[in-house]
Design a binder for this molecule. Structure first.
Ligand code: DLZ
Length: 158
């Protein structure tokens, strides 16, 4: 993991023998949904490729990235999931919303993981431009949804 330009879909192989029993929640932000849909697709495909049953992947949508931590909390409380992948795309605008949302979301997602002692994964793009987001949602820098799925599985195999 020392490459200067890491592709988000590259990962060090690992063994996870109980993937078929894992129940994974995915919370997806509707903002910039052409990006978050690609991240969701990448995450779901990657989980299935690693042996997670489609029926054990529970997807819920929230209005924007700011709502991801609460969506994750509800999933952990009500959907009996082993891990949650939070998917969002925050794009820098003319005002300071980017900083407030990005900080709150990353703090909130980390807190949910620590509070529930379960992997809660940050699959949120925080980009200056839409082009940067497209490059990371199945473009030249890979797919951050795949990265999130691998992170969830690796934490479950911990
Ligand atoms: C309001 C807002 C703005 C301006 N930009 C984004 C964004 O780039 N990405 C994103 O996921 N959400 C954005 N939102 C919506 C907020 O996350 C949130 O849904 C609203 O402020 C309501 O709480």
């Amino acid at each position: 993991m020392t490459e200067k330009k890491k592709n988000l879909s590259d990962y060090i192989p690992f063994e996870f023998s109980s993937a078929n029993q894992a129940r994974i929640g995915i919370v997806v932000s509707e903002w910039n949904n052409h990006i978050t849909d690609s991240l969701l697709e990448g995450a779901k495909n990657c989980l299935v490729e690693h042996g997670v049953e489609t029926a054990n992947i529970i997807v819920r949508h929230v209005p924007g990235s700011f709502e991801l931590p609460l969506g994750a909390k509800w999933m952990l409380e009500k959907s009996s999931v082993d891990a949650v992948i939070c998917i969002g795309c925050i794009i820098q605008g003319e005002t300071r919303h980017f900083d407030f949302i990005a900080q709150a979301v990353s703090d909130g997602i980390m807190k949910m993981g620590l509070e529930y002692s379960k992997p809660v994964i940050f699959s949120v793009l925080t980009c200056n431009t839409m082009e940067q987001a497209e490059d990371r949602a199945g473009g030249k820098h890979g797919n951050k949804g795949v990265e999130g799925a691998i992170s969830a599985l690796k934490m479950l195999a911990f």
